[in-house]
Write a protein that binds this ligand. Structure first.
Ligand SMILES: NC(=O)c1ccc[n+]([C@@H]2O[C@H](COP(=O)([O-])OP(=O)(O)OC[C@H]3O[C@@H](n4cnc5c(N)ncnc54)[C@H](O)[C@@H]3O)[C@@H](O)[C@H]2O)c1
Length: 277
């Protein structure tokens, strides 16, 4: 896949751009000479980030397909085009497969999966209408590549399901749009310092009540220590994303230790083939 040689003069729309990785991506693109448009569901953070970056912005819930269509249209109008869309908005959710209520699944899938689909559909339609080529950066997670070993005692399995879906969306999109010259990358961050916990709570519909708690007591103290020391600043994660986009990488991980989980999964899959007679 061709990478982005030069961000100067490019235009980018970032969903979930009010905080954390999204805001850091917007800032990094801007620093390279790109024009950016940020959207988010969090009004206060969005205002503050748009003001800090001096860029256009719009409130948008990515779970709402019509709202995403409108925001993509607005970004094209204000920037003149959108070369790069970052489907980055996401929410974290703690909870097991066996016990998580259906409403929580729907909330998490609504943002993390349907939100990405809404964003890429609206952008692909605009690119096809205008005959331009573009790049899609989807924010997945280390949870797109495996169930990270250190997090196994802390059920985040619904979140893991959604982030595996983001990788699958990326694969499907690459098959559909690659032949037309568009680029697709999936950013797969490990732990990154951001507002994910608070923002995921504030993005919850009132009807859901309080989020399920993170129960760290089941984690080995060593694993907790490893997790706490692994956190990258969001600016560093954004810098890695830009390096991946330049290289035209499909999967962009942020932490070397993710490879252990990927290797373990691959070996387990390959071992299954040994059973075929
Ligand atoms: N922080 C991490 O450790 C980490 C690790 C792996 C993946 N990620 C992923 O990175 C992405 C960015 O998260 P972050 O860590 O920067 O957290 P963050 O909370 O700082 O940023 C996410 C943004 O998405 C917004 N958002 C939430 N629901 C939305 C909705 N329905 N519509 C529009 N915007 C919505 C939030 O308001 C927030 O500004 C997410 O997809 C997250 O799953 C984060």
């Amino acid at each position: 896949m061709p990478g982005i040689d030069d961000f100067d003069g490019k235009t980018a729309l970032i969903t979930g751009g009010a905080d954390g990785i999204g805001a850091a991506l917007a800032q990094a693109f801007q620093a390279e000479g790109a024009k950016v448009f940020v959207s988010d569901i969090h009004e206060e953070n969005l205002k503050a980030t748009a003001q800090r970056l001096g860029c256009p912005s719009a409130l948008c819930d990515v779970a709402d397909a019509d709202a995403v269509e409108a925001v993509v249209e607005q970004a094209w109008n204000e920037l003149g085009s959108v070369d790069l869309v970052c489907a980055n908005a996401g929410v974290a959710l703690f909870g097991s497969i066996l016990e998580t209520p259906r409403e929580e699944f729907d909330f998490c899938f609504g943002v993390n999966v349907h939100g990405v689909v809404h964003t890429v559909r609206a952008q692909a339609r605009k690119l096809r209408e205008t005959g331009r080529t573009g790049t899609f950066l989807l924010t997945g997670s280390e949870h797109s590549l495996s169930l990270p070993a250190y997090l196994r005692p802390v059920p985040m399995h619904v979140y893991t399901m959604t982030k595996h879906s983001v990788l699958a969306i990326g694969e499907g999109l690459r098959a559909e749009l690659g032949p037309e010259g568009h680029g697709v990358s999936v950013l797969c961050p490990g732990p990154v310092t951001s507002g994910l916990a608070e923002n995921s709570t504030s993005a919850r519909p009132d009807s859901l009540g309080d989020p399920p708690n993170l129960d760290m007591s089941k984690m080995e103290p060593k694993a907790i220590e490893a997790l706490m020391t692994a956190y990258l600043p969001s600016e560093k994660a954004a810098a890695i994303a830009l390096r991946g986009l330049r290289a035209g990488a499909f999967v962009i991980p942020t932490h070397a230790f993710q490879k252990d989980d990927v290797d373990a999964r691959y070996q387990e899959m390959v071992a299954g083939f040994d059973l075929i007679e």
